[in-house]
Design a protein. Sequence first.
Lengths: 420, 200
Amino acid sequence: MNNRRIAELMREPAPGEREAAERGHELARAAFAERPARTSSRLPIAPAAALAAIVAVVVAVALTPAGGAIAKLVRESLGDPVDGERPAKPALTSLPSGGELLVVSERGPWVVHADGSQRLLGAYDDASWSPSGRYVVATDGRQLVALTPTGEPRWSLSRLAPVSGARWSPFPGYRVAYLSGRSLRVVAGDGTEDSLEARGVAAVAPAWRPVDAESVSSEGEHVLAFADRSGQVEVRDTDSGRTLWRSGAGDEPVQLTWSPDANRLLAVGRRSVRIFDGDGRLLATVSLPAGLAAEAVVGARTAPGEADPRVADFAASGHEFALIRASRTAAQSEVVLLEAERRPGRPHELFTGPGSFSGLLWSEDGSSLVVGWPSADQLVFLRPDRPRRVTAVSNVARQFDPGGGADAAFPRISDWCCSP
Amino acid sequence: MTPSATSGAAATPGAAAHVMPRLSRQAHGSLRRAKAGSVADFDALFSAHWPQAYRAAYLIAHDAAAAEDIAQEAFIAAIRALDRFDRRRPFGPWLHRIVVNRAIDWTRTRALRREAGGDVEEQRELAALPQEPTRPYSDELVRALSKLSTEHRAVVVLRHLLEYTPGEIARLLDLPRGTVNSRLRRALDQLEAELGEERR
């Protein structure tokens, strides 16, 4: 046997190669077509469009109550008087930073496209994106379902206990972690090889450690953070089953969130936020002062499968994170920015409004932050780098529960994927 | 297609960026025009790279469904990064690096899960999904390759299917060159023995 013979054998077509090529080509073509149009300095159209967008934002002025709050924000935050009051758009007609937003209403999860068009995926309790945005993983009672963004189920799993907190692993998305009752489980991205990871875990969605898609390595890419009911946070390599670190007990987390560089992990409790570094060292505990506890945002879990709103989220780079704080009576809520460092610094107020906020999310490119504001029936899009760029959208409850009338409940913003 | 005609240097940051370029003028043009939005040139790139990506994944993972997923994911990743490619360098090695590492990862994970076994109670809960049966690629080759470790299969595929030099393989897999050489030597010795057995 010589090298040439081996090479000859390898050049034979593999089984299924032709059919796989057809399917792969179709997918690749679609992905290629979805690439954002390239801008060119030779074309004056792009700057003109950008200018038009800026003008549209500046010109939009109206007199809604929430608009008043935004004007107040601008006045208070910038010390810059605003003539008139900024409007709330009557409907969500576009996403300021593009991408695709998942919003979960009582009807189920909706995909909101960059142009504001939206599609109901079905009667599911919760949903989140796969890393490339090609699939959505949804939960429905005791079922875990993988869907296309058009709502077509691709695979499903049924369990005896209610399913919640499903999260797809980062690129290339070969795992899905989820809770089944108080068990943490992991299933391959194609719905096979479901396995138990841990029992007796806290009712908090597990969080996959981010990976750098450009430096793909064959190891250490399926690392998961989860917590138990004593508030211990554990980080485990789910491929080897090896525990990388485990924290001490603490405030039981309602949310676990990694920084994009995987060097920080937030364990957001009802009364405090613990900041860990990538090796599990507790860097700081941010106590939420009385009257500003996350508890007021999260509230009591009312039904199995119902997900908590996201209280904190990291920006696209660095260790800065946004956090919702609310008074226990929900008379006022605020979004603040903090640094996930040993000294998190003084909270930088970004947005304050009457009533309660129900969750926040950064866009994938880190340029925008969306905040749910049920008291005003609005979604508020903030541009932290440009505080004047505040866009509010009203009539949110009805928009995601058409026909629901006055009884329509405010939806929960769940996930924001794949900015161009 | 001759692999060396279209595959070559890495296009994106990372270790693969140091692989020596072997980009033909035609492939260079296709890449440039695809970046500019030409569907026809994108199709040409796909046609040029798909068979190798799929075969490499298949020969390492020995599973057609996994090979298809791995090749698809690699292409989607490449498309998403297309605008960031240095156009003087083709995306072949970058694509192959993802494919091979993913295939190794998939194979190791499958082995781990098999070793760990399943929780009987939980397995009972699982609604089993039908799986597509796979048939052999080439009985002679697949049987022989299956006797090799995943790491040894990977270097053989990179050397003899994708036609990288040992130095390039070392950079693609972040391994010392000596390790690549020794893995290749042992793998070929074992393959020769296995294929010899087949004939007898």
